[in-house]
Design a protein. Structure first.
Length: 100
């Protein structure tokens, strides 16, 4: 049973880490300038995808807010793609952030 207890404790710690990481990512979303599509946590790496509605500066501001939590050693803006929406004909900035 000792091996089972060790495995259980390890899984519990991973779940708590993932929960805290996702909670921090969610709480730091700017209320009007960034729309988050997905938050994925796998093996200690958090990946966030979404859309900035005004400029790419909003993506960097969100990344800075996440870095300022001191929960993540690295916050990387992996991708920003400027696209024009078909319905409103305005530019949006699709992004991916990688945190670990």
């Amino acid at each position: 049973t000792n091996a089972l207890e060790v495995q259980y404790q390890s899984l519990r710690e991973q779940r708590e880490e993932a929960s805290g990481d996702v909670r921090n990512a969610w709480l730091k979303i700017p209320s009007t300038k960034v729309i988050v599509d997905t938050i994925n946590w796998s093996g200690g790496v958090l990946t966030i995808t979404g859309i900035a509605t005004e400029s790419q500066t909003n993506v960097f501001a969100y990344a800075t807010a996440l870095r300022d939590t001191h929960r993540f050693e690295n916050v990387i803006v992996t991708q920003i793609i400027k696209e024009m929406t078909e319905d409103t004909m305005v530019y949006v900035y699709k992004f991916t952030l990688t945190l670990y």
